[in-house]
Design a protein around this ligand. Structure first.
Ligand code: DC
Length: 230
């Protein structure tokens, strides 16, 4: 990791608003955005479509090493696996569940570690995930752990999926979210938890812009005084 390039990590459970807030911040600061959940989801998609059993850690880690992953960042982020655009396929609950399952494997996390660290680029990186501040970028100077009540998180996720045209059920989303959070928190390798030096922000009752403003207050003025846009 290049020391001169600032990294802001935003970790937290599903539906806490990490993605929305990270994209707004990336635009405001003119920084790059790493959606690490999309990497785990892309791997899950590759594993399911290559017909590899989800419970085979060795094989899943092999796919993690061999798959060709590309992010094309314009207004939105497009994800390509082995040259095929899969962005829309990654948002299903099936893919989220499979991502959370394979994310518990130490060999898989190891295989994806360098791929994530290589994405640090000037003028700065906003890294959104579960272990950005604890494992992937432990030396990052700015760390946030974003939470929200389980009910609000499920409602946000429900609205997001509806807007994307998915036929979803709120009770099912609540169940999926609880199960996924439990698995992400209880796994041995890189569990979901705040880094010791992270600032915890509860986004329940806050708009995305209010969260963005709170995070901007954590950065030195030298980084926030020149809105760049992208
Ligand atoms: O943020 P998301 O919902 O797109 O992430 C999907 C799953 O990927 C999540 O349940 C856990 C896993 N994940 C992870 O283990 N570590 C990360 N840094 C990001 C995601």
């Amino acid at each position: 990791m290049t020391k001169a390039v600032p990294v802001l990590t935003i970790d937290g459970p599903s539906g806490a608003g990490k993605g929305t807030v990270s994209k707004l911040l990336a635009k405001r600061l003119g920084w790059h955005f790493l959606d690490s959940g999309a990497i785990y989801r892309a791997l899950a998609w590759a594993v399911l479509s290559w017909g590899v059993p989800l419970d085979n850690e060795e094989e899943v880690a092999r796919v993690a090493k061999e798959m060709m992953l590309e992010f094309i960042c314009n207004e939105s982020v497009q994800v390509l696996v082995d040259g095929k655009e899969v962005t829309d396929k990654l948002q299903t609950e099936e893919c989220g569940r499979a991502a959370s399952t394979i994310a518990a494997y130490p060999k898989v996390r190891q295989a994806l570690l360098e791929k994530q660290r290589q994405l640090v680029r000037p003028p700065g990186l906003i890294a959104d995930g579960r272990d950005m501040g604890t494992v992937v970028f432990p030396d990052a100077p700015y760390k946030v752990f974003l939470t929200a009540s389980p009910k609000v998180r499920a409602q946000r996720r429900y609205r997001q999926l509806k807007e994307q045209g998915f036929d979803v059920n709120l009770d099912q989303i609540i169940n999926d979210l609880e199960e996924r959070d439990r698995r992400d928190r209880e796994r041995k390798e890189a569990p979901l938890k705040p880094a010791e030096d992270a600032v915890v922000i509860d986004s329940t009752g806050l708009t995305a812009q209010q969260v963005v403003d709170k995070i901007l207050e954590l950065l030195p003025e030298s980084l926030t005084s020149q809105p760049r846009g992208r």
